[in-house]
Design a protein. Structure first.
Length: 464
């Protein structure tokens, strides 16, 4: 597909937010380009949905929420917006040039406005044994299920949260045996949970759906709630999970496959590398971009939508994408923001359940920072908690200074797997607020880039 040099709107990410924004912009005749690193549109939540349509067995276990994405996918397919799949965006400049690589070739386009809709990623979970072969995130297990129907019999699921319960339910519906579910959510709700449940009643279907998943899991698995002190054992690979249950009994479940999860956080690396202002979200325990109600960031003309601006779910993500698109349409066409108040109210209603979920499934402290000094916290640089603690004790005031002492956060993942952990470690040692401690400084390119790709881009620019 040919790519022109300028678009009214360039969208990064083809999940619910990106697709909804592209549909809205295209319907108002804005030239729109969608760049996505996956083989087909859908994002994480609707991954592989077009291919799964032809698989009758998939209909039974993926669930109605997954298949509801077909309306969005079909709506996008009927619009003139261009989409370039398998495109890795690695830089956005302040003047809204978007640099990306596709099929080994680096390219750049100029945009009137940019929408970052990169979604969420799973929160790092540095518990003892998390780096052993046989251990993977629940999101990775779900990805394998969606893309190829592959799973592992006899796995133990450890963690909590909506995605956690959904994936266990999908595993069971797909016919895989689940050896045990070790739920780290509290065994009993606290008063604050009941208080936050009141606005959550605006989404009763979601609440009932979650209760249904948990009830099915209780019936069909060896289920343990209120688990603490989780350790994954093994030398060469995982061979079991040890934990303390709600009755304070120490239990061990033998297994070769462990799937772990403690919620999701915004995938902010591209937004941070673009130098957008971010703030610490105390309830969700993560960094979020500073935006207005339409998702416009601290840099004029660069917007953020979906879970990348704060975890709220697929429905709210789509509404935020439409809101951002309406603001951009208004600037290009001079048209009034007719539907914006409706979508804003809808987005608020769709996200009303989040404070309850954030509180109920707040990750335990020992999942954010391990207690054991020998536990790896920075996978890229193979640094343990003891290594990082020793560096912090030298007088480190923030994560960027820490790089000079022990290289934490300097690996290929650019802090995706350790940034929240080392920030929490500095907070525990020095005190002060997370906002004051600050976040790792992310620099472009945010994806690995070859010299050949850069050289080809330079030759292309020289020929213009």
């Amino acid at each position: 597909m040919s790519v022109t040099s300028h678009y009214d709107l360039v969208i990064i990410g083809a999940g619910p937010a990106g697709l909804a924004a592209a549909i809205e912009a295209s319907r108002h005749d804005l030239s729109t380009l969608v760049l996505d690193d996956q083989p087909a549109p859908g994002g994480q939540v609707y991954r592989n949905i077009m291919r799964n349509r032809g698989r009758p067995h998939a209909s039974a276990f993926l669930g109605n929420d997954y298949w509801s994405g077909t309306k969005l996918i079909d709506g996008f397919a009927n619009e003139p917006a261009k989409v370039l799949s398998e495109s890795r965006v690695w830089q956005i400049t302040a003047d809204k040039q978007v640099f990306f690589s596709r099929l080994g070739i680096a390219q750049n386009v100029k945009a009137g406005a940019v929408l970052i809709a990169t979604g969420a990623m799973e929160r790092p979970a540095p518990i003892p044994g998390w780096t052993l072969p046989g251990v993977m995130s629940v999101g990775a297990a779900q990805t394998m299920l969606k893309t190829s129907g592959i799973g592992a019999d006899g796995a133990v699921f450890v963690g909590s949260g909506p995605l956690f319960y959904l994936t266990v339910w999908q595993y069971l519906q797909a016919g895989f045996t689940v050896k045990a579910v070790v739920d780290t959510a509290p065994a009993r709700m606290r008063p604050v949970h009941y208080l936050l449940a009141i606005p959550a009643l605006m989404q009763p279907i979601l609440l009932l759906k979650g209760l249904g998943w948990r009830a099915a899991i209780r019936r069909k698995t060896d289920y343990h709630i209120g688990a603490t002190s989780v350790v994954i054992s093994g030398e060469e690979s995982a061979n079991g999970v040890t934990f303390q249950d709600a009755a304070r009994r120490k239990l061990k479940i033998p297994t070769e496959h462990v799937f772990i999860h403690q919620g999701v956080v915004p995938n902010v690396n591209l937004a941070m590398a673009t130098d957008l202002q971010h703030e610490w979200h105390q309830r969700q325990l993560c960094w979020t971009p500073q935006t207005d109600m339409f998702g416009e960031s601290s840099v004029d003309g660069i917007f953020v939508a979906g879970d990348g601006m704060g975890i709220a779910g697929a429905a709210a993500a789509a509404s935020s994408g439409r809101l951002a698109a309406r603001r951009i349409i208004g600037r290009v066409k001079g048209s009034p923001l007719f539907m914006a108040p409706v979508w804003c109210a809808l987005k608020w209603r769709q996200a009303a359940i989040r404070p309850f979920l954030d509180s109920l499934f707040r990750p335990p402290d020992d999942w954010r920072v391990p207690r054991e000094g020998q536990t790896v916290v920075c996978r890229c640089e193979a640094l343990t908690k003891a290594d990082v603690d020793a560096a912090i004790a030298l007088g480190v005031s923030g994560p960027n200074q820490l790089k000079g002492y022990c290289r934490a956060g300097m690996g290929r993942c650019q802090g995706r797997m350790c940034a929240l952990t080392i920030q929490k470690m500095i907070h525990e040692h020095n005190g002060g607020s997370e906002q004051e401690i600050g976040h790792l400084r992310v620099r472009p390119p945010i994806r690995p880039l070859t010299v050949g790709e850069l050289a080809a881009l330079a030759q292309k620019d020289a020929g213009r």
